[in-house]
Design a protein around this ligand. Structure first.
Ligand code: SF4
Length: 174
């Protein structure tokens, strides 16, 4: 069975084609200004953080900043246009922590460029939603590469040229 990760949960809420491409190791982020800018934000925001928080791996998902003492997951993002996907990603981290013996953790979504923060908690109805996300993700990944979605935010996506050059001919999954 394919492993589902928090990154895949995020991409599932943005674009099923991007989810499929990322999971099948088709990577373009090295050529993306937006992705490189996001990395810069990670490296330069909150310079005191590395001393206080730890990077942890849990069931294949990497949490960049985890405050073990306070049981708080800090997730930093460049912009908040895909906030639903960001919230889903953090909820998945909280769910993973609970599955591995750390209940009642809290998430904080941080948007340093926007000076915004949002607290994220695992709610009772999230359990069924997460189970559905996992089933749907596995079904997408086992199928053919989904079609392009023609959304305005495609222009910000690292796969933009790949998707709209007219030359991408990926047909089969798994
Ligand atoms: S460019 Fe658009 S269709 Fe292609 S992977 Fe990115 S978001 Fe999806």
């Amino acid at each position: 069975m394919r492993p589902v990760t928090a990154t895949l949960i995020n991409l599932y809420h943005i674009c099923h084609r991007e989810l499929w491409l990322h999971a099948h190791e088709v990577r373009m982020e090295f050529f993306s200004d937006a992705v490189q800018d996001g990395k810069l934000i990670h490296e330069t925001s909150y310079p005191q953080r590395p001393e206080n928080f730890r990077e942890i791996m849990i069931a294949g998902s990497k949490i960049d900043f985890y405050d073990r003492k306070a049981k708080v997951v800090h997730e930093m993002k460049r912009g908040n246009k895909a906030k639903e996907a960001h919230v889903a990603q953090v909820k998945y981290y909280l769910w993973l922590l609970e599955q591995h013996g750390v209940p009642d953790a809290t998430g904080i979504l941080e948007y340093p460029r926007l000076c915004l923060k949002q607290v994220v908690k695992l709610e009772p109805n999230d359990y069924a939603a997460i189970a559905t996300w996992e089933v749907n993700i596995r079904r997408i990944l086992d199928g053919p590469c989904p079609p392009v979605i023609n959304k305005p935010f495609c222009k910000q996506c690292s796969y933009y040229e790949f998707c709209y050059s007219g030359e991408s001919t990926l047909e089969t999954g798994s």
